[in-house]
Ligand binder design. Structure first.
Ligand SMILES: Cc1cc2nc3c(=O)[nH]c(=O)nc-3n(C[C@H](O)[C@H](O)[C@H](O)COP(=O)(O)O)c2cc1C
Length: 349
């Protein structure tokens, strides 16, 4: 499986998720195995071009995440091309364009999914980016803007002509947001209409679903919320695909994942990362996470955000969710996690 000249070790990829797929989470997922590509949270092209610290932080990644795709958003072809060149300068393997975000703050600036309403303009952006960089430019879109304007098959062809090396399709419209279900029939139609690889996205929460979707005619499968619930989903799908038994994940392993995530976020905050960090050239040191005073709150909030997904489907998950949401400090968070995952029958002994 290749995107341009970039080889992916597996066709299963971690979808971009704002607020969730930070470098620490991506590294932890990669370490479990089976994940062929990770995509960053969406990064503002405007912020990249202006060198804004907070933006640069979203674009950071480490060597062990490779191949890594940095997703950018924006509506101005010249700025998107300049941002793509910055992303290339950071050493990313792929630059991805967000044409799926339905949030008005983004969509009203001719960015995100509103680009699906302006196909010629969207093609102009991809053409400008493809001209500006050597790394593959890819596009992530939805089914269309609303049910009256489902145009992913046509848009994908336009993107291919404009120089996109792959497209990903989340089979819902922007108007649907996350209601209903992803239309995999439409995704298959997109895949049959272009020569470039097509990734399908939407509603895969079991390892078997990734494998079934792959066999139904796409080149790859992007997993979002399913990976927040179960970061082992790629490892399990890879095992299934190669005819091996699906590895079980013990409660303790699930607990260790959260504890490691906390430790990595804390180290991140101290400006230390495990492995080489890629910052934007010419901007000096790697951008910093929140300063010491705000760091604990930042980590607590990050754990709450992940907890809202991670606890789904676990026995007693709703209690854990409430406990994570009420923990106000790192020691409290660690206690909640140890109490739930490590010695449920001997807690308090
Ligand atoms: C919390 C959250 C944040 C997301 N942020 C992004 C984003 O930054 N860029 C993007 O292209 N899609 C984003 N998405 C959409 C996902 O990449 C994915 O296409 C969608 O959730 C459907 O797949 P799933 O059912 O596997 O989650 C986000 C989804 C969620 C749930």
């Amino acid at each position: 499986m290749k995107i341009g000249a970039v080889s992916l070790p597996s066709p299963f990829a971690l979808a971009p998720m704002a607020g969730m797929t930070d470098t620490a989470f991506r590294r932890l997922v990669k370490r479990k195995g089976g994940c062929g590509l990770v995509v960053t949270e969406m990064v503002s092209s405007e912020g990249l071009v202006r060198g804004i610290d907070r933006t640069l932080e979203y674009a950071e990644y480490t060597e062990e995440e490779r191949p890594v795709s940095i997703q950018i958003f924006g509506g101005d072809p010249a700025k998107m091309a300049a941002a793509a060149a910055i992303v290339e300068g950071m050493g990313a393997d792929i630059v991805d364009v967000n044409m799926g975000c339905p949030v008005p703050k983004i969509a009203k600036h001719s960015a995100g999914c509103s680009l699906m309403k302006e196909p010629a303009h969207a093609a102009g952006i991809v053409r400008a980016m493809a001209k500006a960089v050597k790394i593959p430019v890819t596009v992530k879109m939805r089914a269309g803007w609303d049910e009256r304007s489902v145009n992913a098959p046509e848009l994908a062809r336009l993107m291919e002509d404009a120089g996109a090396a792959a497209v990903a399709v989340h089979g819902r419209t922007a108007a649907q947001s996350y209601r209903g279900s992803s239309d995999w029939g439409l995704i298959a139609e997109v895949a049959s209409g272009v020569r470039i690889p097509v990734f399908g996205s939407g509603d895969c929460v079991e390892a078997g679903e990734l494998v079934d979707r792959l066999r139904a005619g796409v080149s790859g499968v992007l997993v979002g919320r399913g990976a927040l619930r179960n970061p082992w989903i790629f490892q399990q799908a890879a095992a299934l695909e190669s005819g091996q038994p699906v590895p079980d994940v013990s409660l303790e392993e699930r607990g260790r994942f959260l504890l490691e995530y906390i430790d990595m976020l804390l180290r991140e905050g101290e400006g230390e990362a495990d492995g080489f960090r890629h910052a934007v050239p010419g901007t000096g040191a790697a951008p910093s996470a929140p300063p010491a005073r705000g760091r604990e709150r930042w980590v607590v909030n990050k754990l709450r955000a992940l907890g809202s997904w991670y606890t789904k489907g676990l026995d007693g998950g709703s209690h854990l969710r409430v406990a994570l949401n009420t923990a106000e400090s790192i020691p409290q968070l660690r206690d909640v996690i140890r109490g739930f995952f490590f010695a449920p029958t001997t807690a308090g002994v």
